[in-house]
Ligand binder design. Structure first.
Ligand SMILES: Cc1ncc(COP(=O)(O)O)c(C=O)c1O
Length: 364
């Protein structure tokens, strides 16, 4: 008996069948979120191993609220707070769990969450679990958000606004205006910085840094470790109260095993490397952006380049053709995006000559 055959057939017929694949490791990777190319640096792995060897145990063993919280977690949280100028912070197992933690626990009865329509699937999933009201506003549209706040027919207990710093599919940055709207309405502003930390801002810290916003009591920053920081896991930075509330109410934090020690140690090493070399990294980001601008006339401010193709079958064909030339790009189809795109990640470890060759192919 195959219980899901009918549904799978429907997915396949509409060219939406997803499959995890073992891609050839020799392909030049322009598809992953390892934006700065740190994931292949042996020296960073060696430093991490040294750091981890000094620990008494190498696995977190339990939830952070039992005895899974280690000095390594604590030091990393403190460093993130110091760099980002937030009062407090907590590490979480993954970005997916961080969004579930935040949205499920912070939106209480009589609260309203306003969330961008392109917010990550983890946040959208969490909206199904909340007791308060959820209002979706048009992507990156500050006017639509203001209008929807005005349309509220009652005074909510709290307003929470959820946006991403850099959007994962379009690579576009949320405007500063969202911070003004949050302040005017006494609202909490939650920023998912999965794709902005390590990529934008004067100090490569992400959205707050990019817009010169000094973190306040109403700000929450969620960042992942699986992208520019080339590890796995996540963190949440906020006021003491908000972090304490999460420790008391967020189920993935209370009931899940603490984040992997190896992953935290690796992210810590990589964060230090990034901060030490930030001027060089920023220059390299600008160079890659100008190659894209010159050849594709796309003005990107992040390292994500969406190339709209609009046909689920065609993006797969294009991806396959590029594979024959030795390059791997992302082929993102409906329903993940409204129109199928080639998602090109202009990672810093890609040789400029390779990047030029790929963008020339995509131009045609
Ligand atoms: C915007 C955004 N938020 C959250 C996540 C989830 O993070 P993680 O992969 O660490 O679970 C992702 C992952 O792709 C993401 O793109």
């Amino acid at each position: 008996m195959n219980y899901y055959e009918k549904e799978l057939n429907i997915i396949e017929k509409s060219n939406r069948l997803r499959k995890r694949k073992l891609f050839d490791q020799n392909l030049i990777d322009l598809a992953s979120n390892d934006y700065l190319g740190l994931s292949t640096k042996q020296s960073l792995l060696k430093k991490t191993y040294k750091k981890l060897k000094k620990q008494k145990s190498f696995s977190p063993k339990a939830s952070m609220l039992v005895n899974g919280y280690s000095k390594l977690h604590h030091k990393f949280e403190k460093e993130l707070c110091r760099l980002n100028k937030f009062e407090d912070g907590i590490v979480v197992g993954s970005g997916f769990l961080a969004n579930i933690s935040l949205i499920e626990s912070l939106i209480r009865k009589k609260d309203v969450l306003f969330i961008d329509e392109q917010y990550h699937a983890s946040g959208m999933l969490a909206t199904k679990l909340v007791q308060g009201e959820v209002v979706v506003f048009k992507h990156n549209d500050a006017e639509d958000l203001k209008q929807k706040i005005r349309e509220l027919t009652y005074t909510p207990n709290r307003i929470i606004i959820a946006i991403e710093g850099v959007y994962s599919m379009g690579g576009d940055i949320a405007p500063k205006e969202f911070n003004n709207i949050a302040s005017t309405n006494n609202a909490i502003l939650l920023v998912d910085e999965a794709h902005s930390s390590g990529v934008i801002g004067k100090n490569l810290l992400g959205w707050f840094d990019y817009h010169n916003i000094i973190p306040q009591q109403n700000h929450i920053k969620m960042g992942t470790l699986g992208k520019a920081y080339a590890s796995y896991g996540a963190y949440i930075l906020a006021s003491h109260n908000i972090i304490s509330f999460l420790e008391n109410r967020a189920k993935p934090i209370i009931y899940g095993t603490a984040p992997s020690l190896f992953d935290i140690a690796l992210a810590y090493t990589n964060l230090k490397y990034l901060q030490k070399h930030k001027q060089k990294i920023k220059k390299s980001i600008e160079e890659n952006q100008s190659i894209v601008k010159k050849h594709l006339q796309i003005d990107v401010k992040s390292l994500i380049v969406p190339i709209e193709i609009g046909d689920n079958k065609k993006v797969i064909q294009m991806q396959e053709e590029l594979i024959t030339k030795g390059y791997l790009v992302g082929a993102i189809r409906q329903p993940t995006v409204s129109k199928a795109i080639i998602r090109l990640i202009i990672k810093l470890d890609i040789k400029k000559s390779d990047l030029k060759e790929v963008v020339r192919y995509l131009k045609n």
